[in-house]
Design a binder for this molecule. Sequence first.
Ligand SMILES: Cc1cc2nc3c(=O)[nH]c(=O)nc-3n(C[C@H](O)[C@H](O)[C@H](O)COP(=O)(O)OP(=O)(O)OC[C@H]3O[C@@H](n4cnc5c(N)ncnc54)[C@H](O)[C@@H]3O)c2cc1C
Length: 235
Amino acid sequence: MTSNIVVLGCGLGGLKVSGLVSKQLGRSGTVTIVEPRAKIPLPSSLPWLAFGWREPNSILKDLKSLANRKNVRLVAEKVEKINVAGRIIKTQSHEILYDKLVISLGADLAFDEIPGLDKYSHTMYSLEGALKLRDAIKNFQGGSIVIGVCRIPYKCPAAPYELSLLMEETMRRARKRVDIQLFTPEPHPVPAARRRSWSRSSAIEWSSKVVPHSSTIFSSQSRHTAHPGSWWRPV
Ligand SMILES: Cc1cc2nc3c(=O)[nH]c(=O)nc-3n(C[C@H](O)[C@H](O)[C@H](O)COP(=O)(O)OP(=O)(O)OC[C@H]3O[C@@H](n4cnc5c(N)ncnc54)[C@H](O)[C@@H]3O)c2cc1C
């Protein structure tokens, strides 16, 4: 009996699973991937895109190479409904039956939950966002930069720290005067790393001072002082 495996979403998770399952199945089954995007960005390269070290084409993975495998089928549409009892996936123009289902639809960012965030801030968590941020970095003449983590958990807990360090280096090299502050509800930078390893780093100074909305504050250079009162606050 052949197996019919359906993978919903082909970001990093879906891509890896689909490749492994397709290899393991060989001729004994098919993998149907439901993913509206033909090319997916490699998220770890988004900071490089924002700082102009990469162009979009070099960080996009074309799903063609996977879809060209004999036992893989790509449905380039969005999943609209999952019927678990009937084992049916519904997209705009397909009904797909499955024996086994992999749900790897990722997480949507909810910018609308904080009034003003979408309109007045930048993000590098998407290709479009990183490109807009690239323009903003290029045109920035100096001043105050606030990097914020709105809520935990979030994907890639290292990314905001990477962003603040890259930002500091880029601005310093461009001889632009900036004050970079990072706020987060985390108890200290990258909680997965041990607290001590951070206290040895001079690049990011952190303070556990409680500021409004329980943020912990960081400054990307030890000579900078954080001023909690002048920070961005949720409206
Ligand atoms: C800036 C940044 C840097 C990062 N750096 C690293 C790193 O260095 N190392 C690391 O391990 N991780 C890193 N990550 C985290 C990593 O990108 C995520 O953990 C990973 O992408 C999660 O994979 P996923 O498949 O669950 O979700 P995603 O990669 O988000 O994929 C979800 C997919 O589902 C699709 N989809 C959504 N809704 C539907 C629908 N209704 N129908 C069909 N398809 C749908 C989307 O189009 C998308 O392709 C980074 C993340 C960011 C943002």
